[in-house]
Write a protein that binds this ligand. Sequence first.
Ligand code: HEM
Length: 297
Amino acid sequence: MARRLKLAGLIDLLWVEQPREILELAQDRRLDREFLPQGPWLNRLLARGIRRHLQLDGQPLPPLAPIGDERPNAAQITLAQSLEGPPCSQADLEALAAYVARGNTLDGPGVLVQGIVGRLFNGDYRADPQSYRDACLLDTAARTLNPWRQWRWRRSGDVDQARARLAEKVDRDPVALHATAIAVHNLVAALERMRRLAMERPRTLAHITPAAAASRCLAAPGTVLRQARTHGNHAVGSFAPGTLILFRLETARARSLRHDVAFLTHTWSRCPAAAWAPRLLSEAWRKAGKMMPAQGG
Ligand code: HEM
């Protein structure tokens, strides 16, 4: 069911969590990702915060860019094609599998995963605790709806510095910045789920197929945003210019286990890593199974 928070002149948000409704609205051209300073006060503040954090050299990062004239655009196609080969090096796959089979759940796989994603773009990419902390800060800043925290970040410049450090590591490539700062968190969450699954019931490593494990553990972005360009109506509610629509993608994915929901595959904003990410997860699970001692009965 959709949830609405609307206070005249102050805020106008619409949350959607049914897979069918999300997929419909994701194709609705009355909604876009321009994030103009429109609508009630808090909406304008939020739109400004999103644009401010998720940009590089004044240009929005790819998952923030408006529809434009052509979709999928050249960058989406090029990236999807470049991800068609093996998902990562053997050494990286072994490290991922070792984490799934016997990793330390306190440390988590953040630095490892950020390094793997970074090396898709820059073979020499080295992640470290600082670069992963930077990625966590940028992601949190882009998602928080708290105007007070946004104000503090604006004053401190911490988020700008984190973004600058991350951008330098990938030669200021906006796609790679998005991947290593934002998309990385979906993979980290998925691998943490795999680790928990393997730890709770070690036999599942042998009994759940790699594809099923990847599907079960996949993690979609918690919310994906759209902004209404015009007045309009939909079964979930009406909207006006500036209304922010929040697709609760992870809730919808968990309900349906649908990959096309997790990656918005059949929509204009489809994720170019829609095939690569499940492949990486499947292979990590398969290799982790081989690392476990054989289980009796
Ligand atoms: C489990 C992992 C991932 C999930 C579930 C995921 C999901 C998504 C979703 C739902 C979108 C659409 C956002 C929107 O409509 O506003 C998106 C966009 C995007 N994703 Fe991913 N993603 C993942 C990993 C990655 C990785 C590893 C990369 C890069 C290597 C990547 C690159 C992108 C890019 C470039 C876009 C923007 C597409 C556009 O131009 O509109 N994603 N992703």
